[in-house]
Design a binder for this molecule. Structure first.
Ligand code: UGA
Length: 331
């Protein structure tokens, strides 16, 4: 019999790619609330593609609303693995709507953990973020060592509390809890609130490119195919734990913009804005554990990843024309 898995945030960036990868092998139950954390047109576009898969079944559910869980309890009754990827994920946006971040990252995770416990789900995988490590400076952030007790954003704090709740609700000898910790993920069907996709869109269309600060802040940009390959490796690992999924090289925002300018043969119209509140300078992962336990290592370098993303962007340019890449407060 085909095994059943549950993917929350199925219409989100990572959920979409994971569903597309695993639908061949598993029956995938996808959940998403299609909320307006960023332009839902992109989520609808992803859903339209996912609905083409026969093994995919979709439920529009807001997991933070307990009374909505009834809609899915029968369908998820014999799920073996839960990938809880649904979340509010904007670092800067979290200061504007803190209560939504508490609902979607903490309450929703708590509700899902309780229902998974009731149903005897064997493995619960909850997506996490490098933001919990804060600024890593010259060090590499190591799992279970470098997490901050006061992470530098409401987003990171609510994700961290979500993790804590899940561990408290589900930790038994029978249940495996895995926490993949992602580092600035980019690629086709990416998020329009994140740097790389915005920069491609703005440079290609000759629009103003917003840089928050001097652009020298660095990130470990990680390509989406590396992320989903890491997640699929977790399916075969029977050990609980946290695993960094990031790139072993950091690039500054200015480096990334220059690369995109060269690839698109177009100059960015830079507009410097005030540095985002508590924005970190550099984020670098220690990847030893993921390599050792999962045999995972990132394979796609930034140039290749940017080329793939630009190719996708050009292919989908028509569909993306009406997607909003700036929030009202940024205009
Ligand atoms: C990203 C994601 O938004 C989080 O969901 C994720 O959890 C986190 O990475 C992670 O590593 O886990 P962030 O580092 O803010 O967070 O990623 P970007 O939106 O790509 O921003 C990177 C840098 O570019 C920040 O310093 C930001 O201020 C800057 N930026 C972003 C701009 O200068 N202009 C923009 O239009 C967008």
């Amino acid at each position: 019999m085909v095994k059943k898995i549950l993917i929350t945030g199925a219409c989100g960036f990572i959920g979409y790619h994971l569903t597309s990868l695993l639908q061949n092998e598993y029956k995938v139950i996808g959940i998403d609330s299609l909320n307006s954390a960023y332009d839902p047109k992109l989520k609808e576009l992803r859903l339209k593609n996912l609905n083409k898969y026969e093994s995919f079944e979709f439920f529009n559910v807001n997991l933070s609303e307990k009374n909505e869980l009834g809609k899915i309890s029968t369908s998820i009754s014999n799920v073996e693995t839960v990938f809880h990827l649904g979340a509010r994920a904007g670092v800067r946006q979290s200061y504007l709507e803190p209560e939504k971040y508490i609902e979607d990252n903490t309450t929703a995770s708590t509700n899902l953990a309780f229902i998974s416990k009731e149903l005897g789900v064997k493995k619960f995988i909850i997506a996490s973020t490098s933001s919990i490590y804060g600024d890593t400076g010259t060090q590499m952030a190591t799992e279970d060592v470098d997490e901050l007790t006061d992470p530098p954003s409401i987003y990171a704090a609510t994700k961290q509390f979500g993790e804590t709740m899940v561990k408290n609700i589900l930790s038994t000898d029978e249940q495996i809890i895995q926490i993949p910790r992602f580092f600035t993920v980019y690629g086709p069907f990416g998020r329009p609130d994140m740097s790389i996709l915005r920069f491609i869109h703005w440079i290609e269309n000759g629009e103003e490119v917003l840089i928050y600060g001097d652009g020298e802040q660095k990130r470990s940009f990680t390509y989406i195919s590396d992320i989903v390959s890491g997640l699929s490796k977790l399916m075969d690992c029977e050990e609980s734990g946290t695993f960094n999924f990031g790139s072993n090289k950091t690039w500054s925002i200015n480096n990334v913009i220059e690369k995109i300018e060269n690839k698109l043969e177009s100059k960015a119209k830079i507009s410097i804005k005030e540095r985002a509140f508590r924005d970190v300078d550099i984020v670098l992962p220690n990847l030893e554990k993921s390599q050792l336990k999962l045999g995972w290592t990132p394979l796609v370098d930034l140039d290749t990843g940017l080329d793939e993303t630009i190719t996708w962007y050009k292919k989908y340019k028509e569909e993306l024309r009406n997607v909003k890449f700036k929030y009202e407060y940024e205009k």
